[in-house]
Design a protein around this ligand. Structure first.
Ligand code: ADP
Ligand code: MG
Length: 256
C-alpha cells in the first residue's frame, strides 16, 4: 500500500535552536498517528512544517495526491498548497479562534469550507452545515450565532465541524483538547473518537496528553528536544516503553 504521507528527514531550526530534527515516518490511509512529548519538544513545529504552515530547513513531505501521486508539499507552489489546505487537508488548531472566523455565524463557518470546494447551492450548503452542527452536538437553533457567543468546548466542536465537513483525506490536529476544562475535554475526546472511527479518518494528532492518544491514535511517536526517540503501536509504547525518556513520560514523572 502507498503511504498517504511520507515524511523524510524533516528538520527545522530557529537560529541555533532545534525546532525538530531529522524526523522521518510514513502515515497510511486510515491511520491515526499521535505525536507526544513534553512542552517544547518540537511537536507543533513538526506539525506546522508538515502542513506547510512553516518553512523547513531540510527534508521532504510527500503527500499522495488524488491526481498526481506522490508530491513534495515543500516544493509545491503556494496556490497548489493552499488548494490542498482547502480540499484534502484539514487543520484543527489548539485555540479555536485560530481556526474559526469569529465574526461569521456557526453555519457560515461550516458552509464557507463547502463553498471553497466548489459547492454553490445555498440550500444544500445550509443543510450540510446543519447536519454537521448536529454531529458535533451543537443545537440547530445556534446556526446563526457567532462563535464568540459559544463556550470554549462548543467553539472547538465547531472548528472540528468546519474542518471535517468536506471529508478531508488528512487531518492535522494540534492539542485539540488543550486549554479546555477536564469534563469538556472528555466529551470532546469521545466525539472525536466517534468521528475518527465513523469516517475512517487519517490524522496526525499532537498532544502532551497521553489519554488523548490512548483513545485516538493507532501509532505513536515520542519526541524529545526535537528528535523522535521512540515510535510504535500506541499500546506497545504506552504499556511497554523502550526508551528511557518514554518510560519517564508514561510513568508521569515528567510534568508535561
Ligand atoms: P511543542 O509543540 O512540543 O511544545 P514547539 O514546536 O512549539 O514544541 O517548540 C520546539 C522548540 O522550538 C522549543 O525549544 C521552542 O522554544 C522553539 N520554538 C518554537 N517556535 C519558535 C519560534 N517561533 N521562534 C523561536 N523558537 C521557537
Ligand atoms: Mg505545541
Amino acid at each position: 500500500m502507498t503511504p498517504l504521507l511520507k515524511v523524510e528527514r524533516l528538520s527545522k531550526f530557529y537560529g541555533q535552536r532545534i525546532g525538530c530534527a531529522d524526523v522521518s515516518f510514513d502515515l497510511y490511509p486510515g491511520e491515526v498517528m499521535g505525536i507526544v512529548g513534553e512542552s517544547g519538544s518540537g511537536k507543533s513545529t513538526l506539525l506546522n512544517c508538515m502542513a506547510g504552515h512553516q518553512p523547513l530547513d531540510a527534508g521532504q513531505v510527500l503527500f499522495n495526491t488524488r491526481t498526481d501521486g506522490m508530491r513534495d508539499v515543500v516544493t509545491m507552489s503556494e496556490p497548489e498548497r493552499r488548494m490542498l489546505g482547502r480540499t484534502d487537508w484539514a487543520f484543527v488548531h489548539q485555540h479555536a479562534r485560530d481556526g474559526l472566523r469569529m465574526n461569521v455565524s456557526a453555519g457560515g463557518n461550516v458552509g464557507e469550507r463547502l463553498m471553497a470546494v466548489g459547492e454553490r447551492h445555498y440550500g444544500g450548503i445550509r443543510d450540510q452545515a446543519m447536519d454537521w452542527l448536529g454531529r458535533v452536538e451543537i443545537a440547530a437553533d445556534r446556526i446563526d450565532d457567532r462563535p464568540k457567543q459559544f463556550s470554549g468546548g462548543m467553539q472547538q466542536r465547531l472548528q472540528i465541524a468546519r474542518n471535517l465537513v468536506t471529508g478531508p483525506r488528512l487531518v492535522f490536529m494540534d492539542e485539540p483538547t488543550g486549554g479546555l476544562d477536564v469534563s469538556v475535554q472528555a466529551r470532546l475526546l469521545d466525539l472525536l473518537r466517534g468521528l475518527v472511527r465513523e469516517m475512517g479518518l487519517s490524522a496526525i494528532i499532537v498532544t502532551h496528553d497521553l489519554a488523548v492518544v490512548r483513545l485516538l491514535a493507532d501509532r505513536l511517536m515520542v519526541m524529545k528536544d526535537g528528535h523522535v526517540v521512540e515510535t510504535g503501536l500506541t499500546d506497545q509504547v504506552l504499556d511497554d516503553p523502550q526508551h528511557a525518556y518514554s518510560q519517564l513520560l508514561v510513568s508521569s514523572v515528567l510534568q508535561v
